[in-house]
Design a protein around this ligand. Structure first.
Ligand code: DAT
Ligand code: MG
Length: 149
C-alpha cells in the first residue's frame, strides 16, 4: 500500500481548517500512519522545498511555512500520492477545481493551505525528513476490507 506525506500549512491551522480537511481525507478511507503538530525550523523548511531554492518566491515561501505551527502527516491508501494531489487541487487555487481543498478554501498560491508529495521519490524523501521509524504506525483496521477489496 502506498504512503504519502501531507502537511497542513500555517494558514490551514490559523484558519481553523484542520478538522475540515482531515475529515475529507479520513472519509475517503485513507489510513493515518503518522501525525505531528510542530513549528518547522527554517533549515528544515529550506530542505523540504529544496527544489525551489533560487526561485523568486522562495524567501516568501520559507517565511510563510515557518510563520506558525503546521500539522505534518503520513497517510496510506490505494494510489494515495496521486489521489491526494487530486483532492488538494492545483497549486494555484484560482485553477483548482471546485470540490478540491484548494478550490474550495483558498484564493492564492502563496496561501494554498496544504502540501502533498508529488511522486514516490518525494514521498519517501519527505516522510524521512519529518519522521523517525518509530513515529510511523503499522496498524490494521477492521474496516479495511470495506475500502479495499
Ligand atoms: P505544490 O505545492 O502544488 O506541490 P510546487 O511544488 O510547485 O506546488 O510549489 C510548492 C509551493 O511553493 C506551493 O504550494 C506554493 C509555493 N509556490 C509555488 N509557485 C509559486 C509562485 N509562482 N508564487 C508563489 N508561491 C509559489
Ligand atoms: Mg510540490
Amino acid at each position: 500500500m502506498e504512503r504519502t506525506f501531507v502537511m497542513l500549512k500555517p494558514d490551514a491551522v490559523q484558519r481553523g481548517l484542520i478538522g475540515e480537511i482531515l475529515a475529507r481525507i479520513e472519509a475517503k478511507g485513507f489510513k493515518p500512519v503518522a501525525m505531528k503538530f510542530m513549528r518547522i525550523p527554517k533549515e528544515l523548511a529550506e530542505r523540504h522545498y529544496g527544489e525551489h531554492k533560487g526561485k523568486p518566491f522562495f524567501p516568501g515561501l520559507i517565511e510563510y511555512m515557518t510563520s506558525g505551527p503546521v500539522l505534518v502527516m503520513v497517510w496510506e491508501g490505494e494510489n494515495i500520492i496521486a489521489a491526494m494531489r487530486t483532492m488538494m487541487g492545483a497549486t494555484n487555487p484560482q485553477n483548482a477545481a471546485v470540490g478540491t481543498i484548494r478550490g474550495d478554501f483558498a484564493q492564492q498560491t502563496g496561501r494554498n493551505l496544504i502540501h502533498g508529495s508529488d511522486g514516490p521519490e518525494s514521498a519517501r524523501r519527505e516522510i524521512e525528513l519529518f519522521f523517525n521509524d518509530y513515529e510511523l504506525q503499522n496498524w490494521s483496521r477492521s474496516l479495511d476490507p470495506w475500502y479495499i477489496e
